[in-house]
Design a binder for this molecule. Structure first.
Ligand SMILES: [Ca+2]
Ligand SMILES: [Ca+2]
Ligand SMILES: [Ca+2]
Length: 320
């Protein structure tokens, strides 16, 4: 029994799985789909679907993204071991406020009427193993000017492909050369791996003569972080360049930033050697006795905080 205002009641519902292998005569242990911080606040309206490879998908509304436990997003949890453990990802791109109910409110005001966000969510998996969670979405940005007497009457259907292609081609002029970075990756959420190819091409910005070109084969496990960073090195002479690439599994996108190579000693990792090399020249400019152009990562003529932030952001990232 709940007493007092529904606005002030503290709730913390969760989503669980429990299995039976004998037609429901007996049941195993109850397993929470989310644990720790991701399970904070309310998770509700779960739906499950199993794909052709036996991967268990569970989608549900999730208030863990709002510290106030009001707005909800949508989480997709994935188990490759029959529900013993789960990885999870957020699949919505904007939170919904249940007080913006489409049926009984007007412009976000409840007008003393009950809010209503539907009776259940849905989830289906196609023969291509793409998962399709569906929920009542009430973000105001998608429908900022609802008709009079209606709430923010928008609903989204969202799909999450287990093997989406992530591609990027970007060209920048840096350090007097033109650098083109392209990536083409696939994501396998059942093995949590990112695989594909990346190419870095460096050409003379004036003559367009190729100075360096290399294609990299990449396979990286992204784990539960659902994001990954890696460095593509382009060992040009006299100063080695690099593209620092970040892939967001959730956004399905990649970005690559070109700089001088943060793996300053070219030993295959961005590490303490590189940091100490930078600190030895910190503050140096062209005329300084301790100047080292290789550690001026952004090529602005000074070994400065910009360079340090690039190195720290790349610290520990694998170098190809
Ligand atoms: Ca919870
Ligand atoms: Ca290094
Ligand atoms: Ca600099």
């Amino acid at each position: 029994m709940l007493t007092g205002s529904f606005k002030t009641v503290v709730t913390n519902t969760d989503v669980f799985v429990v299995t039976s292998s004998d037609g429901g005569a007996t049941w195993g242990s109850v397993t929470p789909v989310l644990k720790g911080d991701p399970a904070q606040n309310d998770q509700f309206y779960p739906w499950t679907a199993v794909d052709s490879k036996g991967v268990l998908n569970v989608a549900f509304s999730d208030r863990s993204f709002d510290p106030n436990n009001i707005k909800y997003g949508e989480t997709l949890a994935i188990s490759t071991n029959g529900g013993t453990s789960f990885s999870h990802m957020r699949v919505d791109t904007g939170l919904s406020n249940p007080d913006d109910s489409r049926w009984f409110t007007n412009g976000g005001q409840t007008n003393g009427k009950a809010t209503f966000i539907g009776d259940y969510n849905g989830l289906a998996v196609g023969s291509d193993r793409a998962t399709h969670p569906i929920w009542t979405d009430m973000r105001t940005s998608a429908f900022p000017n609802p008709p009079p007497g209606r709430g923010h009457n928008t609903q989204d259907a969202v799909t999450a492909d287990p093997s989406p292609a992530i591609t990027l081609t970007s060209t920048v002029t840096f350090d007097g050369v033109q650098v083109t970075t392209s990536v083409n990756f696939n994501v396998d959420t059942s093995t949590m791996t990112l695989t594909g190819t990346a190419t870095v091409t460096v050409v003379n910005a004036t003559t367009m003569t190729t100075i360096f070109s290399k294609s990299f084969t990449i396979s990286l496990v992204f784990g539960t972080s659902l994001g990954i960073k890696f460095i593509l090195s382009a060992p040009t002479v006299p100063l080695s360049l690099a593209a620092s690439c970040t892939v967001s599994i959730i956004a399905g996108s990649a970005t690559c930033i070109v700089s001088r190579n943060p793996d300053i000693n070219l030993n295959g990792s961005v590490d303490a050697f590189d940091l100490s090399a930078m600190l030895a020249s910190f503050g140096a400019t062209a005329g300084s006795t301790n100047n080292n152009p290789a550690v001026d990562l952004n090529a602005n003529g000074t070994v400065d905080a910009f360079d340090l932030s690039i190195l720290l952001a790349d610290f520990g990232a694998p170098v190809f």
